[in-house]
Design a protein around this ligand. Sequence first.
Ligand code: PEP
Length: 251
Amino acid sequence: MRQNIVAGNWKMNKNLEEGLELAKELNDILKANKPNCKVVIGTPFIHLSKVAEIVDKELIGVSAQNCADKVSGAYTGEVSASMVKSTGVDYVILGHSERRSYYGETNEILKEKVDLALANDLTPIFCIGEVLEEREAEKHFEVVKSQIEEGLFHLSAETFGKIVLAYEPVWAIGTGKTASPEQAQEIHAFIRKTVAEKYGKEVADNTSILYGGSCKPSNAKELFANADVDGGLIGGAALKAEDFVGIISAF
Ligand code: PEP
C-alpha cells in the first residue's frame, strides 16, 4: 500500500551550518520519538552530502529540490541527477511551482528531469497545482491533469509506481491560505482517478499524493485525515524542527 510521507522543502534557506544543525535536531527528535510516516527533507544542493551523512537513513530520507534536464556537459551552474545521487540521497523534488514560474520549467523539460532522476535511482516528488486564476475559473482539474499527462504519462506502469505526487495549489504556497480539507480531498481523489484511468486501480492506490500549501501543525491533522491525502510537502514550517515535528505527529 502507499506510504504516508511528510517531506520538507527548505527552498533557498539555511547556510550549511544552520542546515546541519536543523537536520541533526530533527534526527535526534525522531530517534527519541519514532514517526508513523516516512519523513524526507529537501535541502539545497550544497547541504546534501553532509546531511545524508548525519541523518539515520531509516528515519529521514534526503531530497534535492531540483536536478538538470541534461546528463552532463557544458551547462554552467547545473547539477545533474547522477551528481545528486552521488551525494547519497534518494529523492528529488521536481516541478515545484517556483521552478515552473521563475525558471520557466515546462512539462516538456520536467519530463526529461523525471527520466534522468529515475535512471539514477532517485524518487521524484513531482509537484502539480494550479494558480489562483485557474482555480477561480474552475480550471484546476484540467490544469493538474495536463501537468500529470505531459510530465509523467510517458512512463510505464512499473516506473510510474516510483513517483510521489505533490498537489500544491500555487495560491496556497507561502501565503498562509490553505486549501480546505474538502478542497484537498476533492482534487486528490481526482488525481488518483486520473492515474487509475491510465495505469489501473492498483498503481493508483499505491501512489502517495501529498498536499502542499501553508500546511502547519494546526491544520495538518484535518488535511491528512482525508482518504486521498497521503501526507504533505512542507515549506515554511519545515524550517523549524518543532513545527515540522508537529506536522509529522499528525500521523
Ligand atoms: C512549498 O513550497 O512546497 C510549500 C508548500 O510551501 P509552504 O508550506 O510555505 O506554503
